[in-house]
Design a binder for this molecule. Structure first.
Ligand code: SF4
Ligand code: MG
Length: 327
């Protein structure tokens, strides 16, 4: 089956100036990822790991330096034509800056309908109400300026605007990061409902593993520009294979463990200006051994999972869930 969106060996580079030197910064490095129709795929990792750049590459806002992005098996066109923009929409972290605070909700939702000729004038009002209903907003917000709404309501408007073009894929970049915990769950439910009702496909990007757990079918973990592990949410959370994934999980407070197991992450991730040799995680990895600092680990695949580590799937099987080596 052809994936809705497929990344093949995608690399993204930026120009950077350090002192007197011009340098190419490889912020995304050889990423393979396939997103199936109707899936919700999480992309997690610390800030600066390349998640947002990868998100922008998926929607065609950033061109990869190497590799390919395919939509329904066809390479994404160079200049984002209206047809592609309609099919892949993005929702950003801060709806306060992505929505004009002076515009009414009605006006915000009308723009994409007109831009993409999606509803004739007679149907427009009905379609706008339908969109509000899909994201659980009452009709009375239509005349409100977006600046007068709460953060959670604004994010619902941003999602409704994305859904207005009847897209195949929504890429949500830290879409709940700015919201209170109490509102986060409701916005996550909106995304889950949209998938159920419209068959929408979602790439959900977050630095916070705990929000990904309930929403996503599959999760890809990024570290310094690379996808180091990919698995179903179920297996990733119950049996993480990569030492970095385990470290991220240990950093999430768990209600079932009174004292969280010690986190493996002591330091800030190294700079992309000078990525570590071999496995990029080796300076922070508790399981690092001789080849890790010199040789980049291959990707190992097993039953729909993948891990990029010299230990393959062995690290996960020798570690108990509390992070203590098993006997
Ligand atoms: Fe740790 Fe080595 Fe695996 Fe990298 S390759 S994650 S350093 S064990
Ligand atoms: Mg980001």
């Amino acid at each position: 089956m052809i994936a809705l969106l497929e990344l093949r060996k995608v690399g993204v580079e930026y120009a950077a100036r350090t002192g007197f030197r011009n340098q190419r910064l490889r912020v995304v490095d050889d990423v393979d990822l396939a997103i199936g129709r109707g899936e919700i795929v999480g992309l997690v990792g610390e800030s600066g790991c390349g998640k947002s750049t990868l998100a922008r590459t998926m929607v065609g806002l950033v061109r990869p330096a190497t590799g390919q992005v395919l939509l329904d098996g066809e390479p994404l066109p160079d200049k984002r034509p209206a047809a592609t923009r309609r099919r892949i929409q993005m929702v950003f972290q801060d709806p306060g800056s992505s929505l004009d605070p002076r515009h009414t909700v009605e006006r915000i939702l009308r723009v994409p309908l007109r831009l993409h000729h999606l509803a004739d004038r007679g149907r427009e009002a009905a379609r706008i109400l339908e969109l509000l209903d899909l994201v659980g907003l009452p009709k009375r917000v239509l005349s409100s300026r977006s600046g007068a709404l709460s953060g959670g309501q604004r994010q619902r408007v941003a999602i409704a605007r994305a859904v207005a073009t009847a897209p195949d894929l929504i890429v949500a970049d830290e879409a709940v990061a700015a919201l209170d915990a109490s509102v986060t769950g409701a916005v996550l439910n909106v995304l889950a409902d949209l998938r159920k009702e419209l068959g929408l496909t979602v790439v959900f990007i977050s630095h916070d593993l705990s929000v990904v757990r309930g929403l996503c079918d599959r999760v890809a973990v990024m570290y310094l520009g690379k996808v180091v592990e990919e698995a179903s949410a179920e297996s990733l959370f119950t049996a993480p294979a990569h030492p970095y994934t385990r470290a991220l999980l240990n950093a999430v407070p768990r209600v079932d463990v009174p004292l969280a197991a010690p986190a493996l992450l002591g330091d800030e991730p190294p700079s992309l200006l000078a990525p570590p040799s071999g496995c990029r995680f080796h300076p922070r990895c508790p399981a690092a051994y001789a080849p890790c600092s010199t040789t980049s680990p291959p990707i190992e695949r097993q039953g729909g999972r993948s891990v990029q580590c010299h230990l393959g799937f062995d690290f996960g099987s020798v570690m108990q869930p509390d992070g203590v080596a098993g006997t």
